[in-house]
Design a binder for this molecule. Sequence first.
Ligand code: GLN
Length: 486
Amino acid sequence: MVMHTKTIAELSAGLRAGDFSCVELTKHYLNRIHNSDLNAFISVTDDLALRQARAADDKIAKGEGGILVGIPYAHKDIFCSTGVKTSAASKMLDNFISPYDATVSHKLNQANLVMLGKTNMDEFAMGSTTESSYYGKTHNPWDRKKIPGGSSGGSAVAVAAGLSAFATGTDTGGSIRQPASLCGITGLKPTYGRVSRYGMIAYASSLDQAGPMTKTAQDAAIVLNVMAGFDKKDSTSATQAVPDYTKNLNNSIQGLTIGLPKEFFSTDLDSGVASKIMAAIKEFEALGVSVKEISLPNSTYAIPTYYIIAPCECSSNLSRMDGVRFGYRCDNPKDLQDLYLRSRTEGFGEEVKRRIMIGTFALSAGYYDAYYLKAQKIRHSISDDFKTAFGKVDIIIGPVSPTTAWDLGSIKDPVTMYLSDIYTLSANLAGLPSMSIPAGFSQNLPVGLQLIGNYWSEERLLNTAHKFQMQTDFHQKTPQRSEAMA
Ligand code: GLN
């Protein structure tokens, strides 16, 4: 078995057994990254990675550290990393070298992991395809002509193409789950507040949540163990105790009740995707799970609700990019007004400017009640629907994306793009944990299955996903072209 097809658990065992050193493993991945033509990375941090690999080899030789020591990973370019460019894929931050670590970066460093580089994404995580990056588009390894999904497209591709053992992602409206689904990997968006947002460049603060993007549910549990936990630097992080997410992965799921929201199986769902979701449900039934139809009536309003709240919050968060304190500054400003105006006009891309304008408009005195306040009320109703549903079922299941990966450049109209987020947004609006796991292929492109759990039910989600993966082999499939590489 080649190193890049191994899971974290297998790599860790290989490192401990001396089958390969961490330096060898790191060089293997760096070599694959440099030979790849998928544009998954914005920065590759060779020197740092090799330094961290040597330190990890020392730890391993002394028998110190946990299961993640020496595991090479790809970090979404939205997490601040000391001394490394942190761009959020924007021209605005192209010159920004972070002077500090995000809490997630810090925790991964403390656990002696190896950072291979920073991954490509939609600019400031606004998008569903990774096409809005200042650094060019990323290609889907299953078919180069297709989008990898977004906004964490580079991270999903890094894992799917064997360019890193796992990756980090962030999910405001689906950005972990949707690219995981379209690239055939496992992605987990935890409960809002489970993982610290400190040092994660903010998009929409009441929705943003970081999580692992991995080959398997077991790997996601291993990584979440390190990422999760209270952080006094993030006032919205939860004090809830962090269990060992790997402990109950093998528990039986017999007797569990799964809910199928009828709104998630409407006519907009591609029939190839629908048939894989139905087949997955059969697998769960074989595992002793019972299935019930439920309704999430307000989920049909998720798109307009999200596309008011997220732009409102982003218009406020992005006001700090003013050309004065850090980031891009225009040449020869005439005066302060000109400096603000031109720095922001030249530094931000089209989609980011569109959202700043929508948010500023919706928050303005005359329109606040009609848009922002209304959206907050519907957000509440969406949460209430879930509350009712979780009175009847343990887990909710459905598709992640209405279709498989589409052609690069094929969706030009922003509203059509927003519509593709229909199944992922509700979990963010309610703050619930949710996963995407591989559920097969439609016309040779991966299909992802979405699992949504009640608050703080990551253990149950991971257990359910793990049992499914023990029963199926979709998560072990790799794109052929990545196998042909180095
Ligand atoms: N596609 C959604 C958006 O563009 C979600 C992005 C995300 O989760 N960061 O806002």
